[in-house]
Design a protein around this ligand. Structure first.
Ligand SMILES: Nc1ncnc2c1ncn2[C@@H]1O[C@H](COP(=O)(O)OP(=O)(O)OP(=O)(O)O)[C@@H](O)[C@H]1O
Length: 256
């Protein structure tokens, strides 16, 4: 057996003396579409920030392909980060740059490709997210759903092994949200990446997640791990079954 793509080991997270979650242990396998779930304020974004190395654990570690992030040197961490694509809730596109410039930025910063190679790769990535022909548009000239897809094009510019999403469909209408879900699955299949996402959206959770973890705010630890449909029907934790069985539909997952 190959080791897990991402292994969370004995992870305890805190802000100073404020404990958020403790003793998290779970694996994310290569090719998973993995969802971090839980009620408001339980620590989902905090966990994502730990995975991205933006926060240091109070205790424990996160291993990438068996390699410790905690023990890694700054150079090793940078090398690990290069293998990740990240899209933020707000999209994070630069408004003064066209979609082509936004998508090409990581290539300009981190590769030695020349201008025409970059143009080719950018055109290809924009086509992958359904934005062929929009190279010269500015973020303000396209819809919210298109901006999310453009941010995704930028996140996959360097062919990441892992794609991280924080609330990918926040602010989108249900149809755009579905389209984004479909795109995430297509990309996962075409580039073979492992996907890790924080989301409240039940349709996304049931339709695309292959595995998940549920963080409980009260006990401050994970109380469920597995395929969301199985957890909905068979979790021994009532709170998890209720979370997954709440009425789904438009408007779910509104941000506070
Ligand atoms: N920088 C910080 N300093 C101190 N406390 C923080 C900080 N960031 C978040 N918190 C607290 O940590 C807890 C977990 O926050 P986090 O944003 O990770 O939760 P979440 O599960 O992502 O929430 P939501 O679903 O509402 O987005 C919350 O009680 C929050 O108030």
């Amino acid at each position: 057996m190959m080791s897990a793509h991402i292994a969370v080991r004995d992870l305890t997270m805190a802000y100073g003396s404020l404990l958020i979650q403790q003793d998290l242990n779970f694996d994310i396998n290569r090719g998973d579409i993995f969802v971090i779930m839980g009620g408001s304020g339980c620590g989902k974004s905090t966990l994502l920030k730990h995975m991205l190395g933006l926060l240091d654990p109070a205790k424990g570690d996160i291993l990438y392909s068996g390699e410790s992030f905690v023990a890694a040197s700054p150079d090793q961490r940078e090398a690990m980060r290069r293998r990740w694509g990240i899209t933020y809730q707000s999209g994070g596109l630069f408004s003064a740059m066209t979609l082509a410039q936004n998508t090409g930025l990581p290539l300009q910063l981190y590769t030695k490709y020349n201008r025409s190679d970059i143009d080719d790769i950018v055109a290809y990535k924009l086509a992958l997210v359904g934005l062929a022909g929009y190279q010269d548009y500015y973020p303000s000239e396209i819809s919210g759903g298109m901006r999310k897809r453009a941010a995704l094009a930028r996140a996959i510019a360097l062919d990441p092994e892992i794609l991280f999403f924080d609330e990918p469909s926040a602010g989108l209408d249900p149809i755009s949200s579905r389209l984004l879900d479909e795109l995430i699955v297509q990309l996962q299949e075409s580039i073979g990446a492992t996907v890790v996402m924080v989301t409240h959206e039940l349709p996304s959770i049931f339709e695309i997640a292959t595995n998940s973890v549920y963080l409980d705010a009260r006990s401050k630890t994970m109380i469920a791990y597995g395929d969301p449909k199985t957890l909905r029907d068979h979790s021994d934790q009532a709170v998890v079954r209720q979370f997954l069985a709440r009425a789904s539909g438009a408007g779910q997952g509104k941000q506070l």
